[in-house]
Structures are given as C-alpha cells and as structure tokens.
Design a binder for this molecule. Structure first.
Ligand code: FAD
Length: 640
C-alpha cells in the first residue's frame, strides 16, 4: 500500500486513469469518427423516432410528476435550504426513485429516455429536487447496480430503492477531486477474506446526508502486475445503518441550497465481500462507465432550463418598454433572444441525440456523453447570463424580494446560482476536454505511439511501424477528399445542406489538424492542452451542427418547419466559432500566456495586489440564524 499522505505524481495519476479507461470501443461512434476526420452522418441520420408505446407507458408518471411540480414551492426550498419530507414522500409514492428500476423489482421500468425527460421536467422547476433524484438514479446505486450488479444484489437492493430508499455516489475525497489517484479511503480485507473494512472520508457526497445506501469507491490492496504493485480501486455497496458510517458535516453551497450533500466518514465499517460491485479493482472503471451514461441527465436538464429561461426572456422582452420600444426590439437584446433560442434548440438536439444513441445498445457513447455534458453546461451558463441581463436589475433580485414589493417573483437569480455547479461536477469542463482529447487521439495513439515512446522495445517499434505504414498512406490522402466538396451534396437537407457540407469538410480538416499537431509535438502534445482543447472544441461544434441539422430536418418532415430557422442560425454561429478556432489552432499567444501565468504563480506580480483585504484572511465563523449549522462536529449533523 502507498503511504496515506502521498500525493500522486503526474505519472501515477495518468497510470490510474489509463488503467480505468475502457481500452476497447464497444461500438460505433459518430464523434470518434469526427476526430478521425470522418463525417459518418449515417450513424446519426435519420434521427431515431420516439417509441409511442414508451411515451404511453410513461404518461401516468409524467402527469403525476407535472401535477406535483405545479405545487412545489421552490422559493421556500431555496430560502430554508430544506426539501420538505412531504415532498420526498410524494415523490416516493409516485415511483420517482425507481424510474428505471425494472418492474419485476417494483420500479417503474421506464426507459432511459423517459427518465431523462422526467429529470428535465423537474429541472425546469427546481434544481435541488433534480439533484436529489438524479444523484440517486444517474450516478447513485440504481445505475451501477443495473449495469454491474449480481442477481442477488439486484434482488436485495432494487426493491428497497424502488420504494424510495435514497442512494449516493461517493467517489470524491479531500485530495481526490478530478484526480482519483489520490483516493485514500481504504478497504482492508479481514483475515477470513469474507469482509472488507472501510476507513476514511468522502467529500461532497450528494444525497449523502439522507441516503440509506452508498456506492463507495475505496482503495483495496494493490495488485501485483509484472512484479510491480498496481493501485486497486474497488466499488462497494454500503448501508448507512451499518456501524461506523457517519455523516460528519452537511455542506452548503452557492446554489442548490437544499442539496443533501455532506462529508461521510467510514470508521471501521465492515462490508461483506458480496457487496463488491463488479469485481475487486474494477471500481474506478465502474465509476467512469456509470458516469458515461449518468452524465446524459445534465445536458437534458440544462436544455430544459434553457427553455424555461427562453420563455421568461421573450415574455419579459416584449412586456418591458424602455426608450420607446419593448426591450426585445432593441437590436442588442434581440440578438440575445435569437441566440438563446437557437442555442436552446441545439442543446435539445444534442441531448436527444445522445440519449437515443445510448439506448441503441450497439453504440459507444463515451465521447458523445462527454461532449454533451461539456457543451450544454457551457452554453446553458451563457443562456442564464443572457437571461439575467435581459431581466436587468430584476434578474439580480431574489424572487422573495420581488414578491414582497408586488412584482412577479421570477427566480432568475436562483437559476444562476443553481446552474453554476454544472460546469464542475460530473466531470469539470477541463476534465471533459482532457477526456475527449484522450479518446479523440486514441486511434493514432494505438497505431503510432510505440514508435515515438522512448520506453518501447525494438519489436514494439517495428510493430508500430508496420501499423503506421498500413494505416496512414491510405487514411491521410482521404482526409483531403470528401462529399462536402461536391456541390449539392446533402441536398435532402435543403437550406441546411450547406452547413453539413461545411461540417464534412471541416471534420476532415480537424482529422488532419490533429494529425499535424501530433507530428509537430510528438508525445509532448499531451502537454499542449490549449491546442488539444481547440481540437476538442471544433469536434464538439461539428457534432452540434450535425445533431441540430438532423433533428431540424426530422422535425420539418413532421410539419415543424420553423425548426429550420433555429438550426440555420445555430449553424452560422457555430461555423464562425469553428473558423476562429482553426485560424488560431496553435495559439499565437499560448506561449506568452503561459509565461505570465508562471510569473503570477510565483508571486512576481503580487505587487499589483496592493490596497485590498485578502480573501485568504481567517474567516469569521457565522452560523445564520434559523439555518442548520454547518459546523464540523463529529456525529452532530445539523439536519432535520
Ligand atoms: C455541489 C457538489 C456536488 C457534488 N456531488 C458529488 C457526488 O455526489 N459524488 C462525488 O463523488 N463527488 C461529488 N462532487 C465532487 C465533484 O465531482 C468535484 O468537485 C469535481 O470532480 C472536481 O473536483 P475538485 O472540486 O476537487 O476540483 P479539482 O480537481 O481540485 O480541480 C480544480 C480546478 O482545476 C481543474 N483541473 C484539475 N486538473 C486539471 C488538469 N489536469 N488539467 C486542467 N485543469 C485541471 C479543474 O477542472 C477545476 O477547474 C460534488 C461537488 C459539488 C461541489
């Protein structure tokens, strides 16, 4: 075992991440092809149609959920920082904690797409409720149990959760945020091998303060691989009722005020071996695979939030008259409204497409899910910002304050606070870009890396050379020729055909650009995050263009031809971003920027920070009256 205070080196962190990566691609991937310079539109077109039978099956639940949400007082939840027990019991009664759990175990047995729609509906009303339901079902126990659980585990835990036992996903620790190599919570086997004893603490565990069940990622004894120790992370199902499980602190945040999130301590917790999920040493892989589908909820939630903000903004922009006209008719505001509409449409297209692909079964969605998470949360954040700007001073005022002085209590201020976290949890934007970049260059990596890796043997280099010679002489020239150059290609898409021709041409250009970057930097490319991230962003934009055109085309065929104008505007904006990213692919200022960053980090510009009260000064402890305390006191969690 490694020492418990040791912070993993860069190499160790990479090794842990690589070991947990799914090395093989289980199915096709449109996004993966884009990064390889191939625009395989057939993989996503025609758009999958929703199953009317599934919609009918989900209807009673969706109706009940909608009716319930109509009665939810979200300002009260935000103000008090608590979700009333009656609300949770109502959600339990309608089956909202077992949406995807098969009916044989007492769940609603609905599809992933119905689940995502339900969560999106909740988000349009209340972020704290979304977090409660989604932390339980997107990443909490139901998801990994469905994917990796044994029959016994399913029989034992699914029925409990279908009745409303809440679960939580416990990966993060104080030193292990984005980097799981620093995980310290240990799982030590007992002498008879029948149990593991868990010791350590988990941080920011959503639902942790209320959960009956946890999925806990723990460091089990190192495996010896080729004579060397290899870190093992194992996932366990842990019950809150077991001796030694303790909630030691409830965390409070900028938004999502009623989040049931905390620090959970595991003190000599004895867990039976049969509560290992999937297998010893497979915990991190399990966490990553769970997150692959789990992260499809956020893109849909963000798209739904975008719709709610769009409805509010367009109404307000017509009602509010300043300088002789509704503010929506002043060009600067009109531009925001148009961009909100086209981007909300794009977010919905991306979300619907990724969910449909995830349901296919023969498709590897890891890249699409990461793109959807990154793209929608970033675009969603811009939409919240624009909505607040359009509401002016009222956007900054709390709903309670607006109500108290007789105005409509539109909660844009809360929406902004609630949504900022979306860019951080379930994989921060930076970590998503790193993840996408790694997957995007995987084929090149597998084909050619051994050739430039100083650690590879002579025979490995020869094998790599053979692979290179059989792949690149055919692949590279083909990146210069394609359908996007043919006038009239993609004609069936009418007004949108030009955007698809652009996307096809620029997919090939992206494939070439990433290849050229590899030739230019070799193994050092992984250190050029900004170059890689520009490539990632171009791929994400191309994916968004394709998703948007395919869905708009399908909607137009169903009579909703208005969608074409939204798709067209979105593609125009996206193309401009793509051109800009290509124009500065190697980042003419990257070097100067990094140099200044190093100077700043060394404190060489601390002279500029004169005349301030430092944020780093010791904080005063303030416990707001009428609020649960968040003081860190073992065994004393200030929750109802
Ligand atoms: C409200 C809330 C709910 C949460 N719920 C859960 C939960 O239910 N279960 C759970 O296990 N965890 C949960 N988390 C933890 C969450 O997933 C982490 O906050 C997230 O993984 C980032 O870790 P960190 O905050 O420690 O950031 P750090 O890892 O310290 O990163 C700080 C910043 O540096 C960037 N960064 C880090 N490494 C790199 C790199 N190599 N290259 C470029 N940039 C980098 C990050 O993107 C980030 O911007 C929650 C957190 C919050 C705040």
């Amino acid at each position: 075992m490694t020492d418990s205070t040791h912070i993993a080196s860069e190499q160790e962190a990479r090794d842990v991440a690589e070991a947990a990566r799914e090395a093989d691609w289980s199915g096709a991937s449109f996004a993966r092809d884009i990064y390889l310079g191939k625009f395989s539109l057939d993989l996503i077109h025609p758009a999958a149609k929703e199953d009317p039978a599934e919609i009918a099956r989900a209807k009673p639940f969706m109706d009940a959920l909608r009716e319930f949400l109509g009665r939810v007082d979200s300002d009260m939840i935000d103000r008090t920082g608590e979700i009333p027990e009656e609300y949770i019991n109502e959600l339990r009664a309608m089956g909202a904690f077992g949406i995807k759990i098969p009916t044989e175990y007492g769940g609603l047995g609905l599809s992933y797409s119905s689940y995502v729609k339900a969560i999106a509906l909740v988000t349009s009303k209340d972020g704290s409720l979304t977090a409660l339901l989604s932390a339980h079902q997107s990443i909490g126990l139901p998801q990994p149990l469905k994917l990796f659980g044994t029959d016994e585990q399913k029989k034992k835990y699914f029925p409990r959760m279908a009745k409303g036992a809440i679960s939580a996903f416990a990966l993060t620790e104080t030193d292990a945020g984005s980097d799981p190599a620093n995980l310290r919570l240990t799982a030590t086997p007992t002498a008879d091998g029948k149990h593991f004893v868990l010791n350590g603490e988990k941080l920011w565990c959503t639902n942790g303060t209320r959960a009956e069940l946890f999925v806990v990622m723990a460091k089990s004894p190192d495996a010896i691989v080729r004579g060397k120790p290899r870190r093992q992370i194992t996932a366990f199902i842990v019950e809150k009722a077991w001796p030694g499980v303790e909630v030691v602190h409830r965390c409070r945040f900028m938004g999502l005020k009623a989040l049931e999130n905390g620090v959970i301590r595991f003190n000599n917790v004895k867990v039976p071996r049969e509560n290992i999920l999937w297998g010893e040493g497979k915990g991190l892989k399990l966490a990553l695979i769970t997150l692959n589908t789990g992260r499809l909820t956020l893109p849909a939630s963000v798209a739904s939030g975008g719709k709610a903000l769009l409805e509010m903004s367009r109404t307000w922009a017509m009602e509010r008259v300043q300088w002789g006209a509704p503010i929506g008719k002043h060009e600067a505001v009109a531009q925001k409204i148009a961009s909100m509409a086209s981007n909300t449409f794009a977010m919905e297209c991306i979300s619907a497409l990724t969910v449909a692909l995830a349901e296919r079964g023969d498709y590897d969605i890891r890249l699409e899910a990461a793109i959807a998470k990154m793209y929608n949360t970033e675009h969603g954040w811009r939409i919240v910002d624009d909505a607040l700007q359009i509401r002016g001073g009222r956007g900054y005022e709390t709903a309670d304050s607006l109500r108290a002085r007789g105005e409509r209590p539109i909660p844009v201020e809360r929406a902004m606070r609630d949504s900022r976290i979306n860019l951080i949890f379930e994989g921060s934007s930076e970590i998503m870009r790193l993840f996408i970049a790694r997957e995007a260059v995987d084929h090149h990596f597998k084909t050619a890396f051994a050739l430039v890796d100083p650690k590879s043997s002579g025979s490995e280099k020869w094998a790599a050379l053979a692979r290179v010679m059989s792949f690149y002489p055919r692949w590279y020239p083909m990146r210069w020729i394609g359908r996007g150059q043919v006038p009239g290609a993609y004609g069936e898409f009418g007004q949108l055909a030009g955007h698809l021709r652009f996307a096809e041409r620029h997919s090939r250009k992206l494939g070439r650009a990433l290849f050229h970057a590899m030739l230019r930097y070799g193994p050092k490319l992984e250190r050029r995050q900004l170059v890689l991230f520009r490539g990632v962003d171009i791929g994400a934009e191309l994916f968004a263009i394709a998703a948007t055109c395919v869905r708009a085309h399908a909607l137009a065929k169903e009579g909703r031809s208005e969608a074409i104008a939204l798709a067209d505007l979105f593609c125009r904006e996206s193309r401009r971003r793509i051109n800009k990213l290509f124009d500065d692919f190697y980042g003419s200022d990257d070097g100067a920027m990094f140099k200044v960053a190093l100077q700043v980090l060394k404190g060489e510009h601390a002279w500029m920070e004169d005349g301030i009260i430092s944020m780093l000064a010791e904080p005063t402890t303030v416990v707001p009256s009428g609020r649960p305390t968040t003081e860190r006191k073992a065994g004393a969690v200030g929750i109802a």
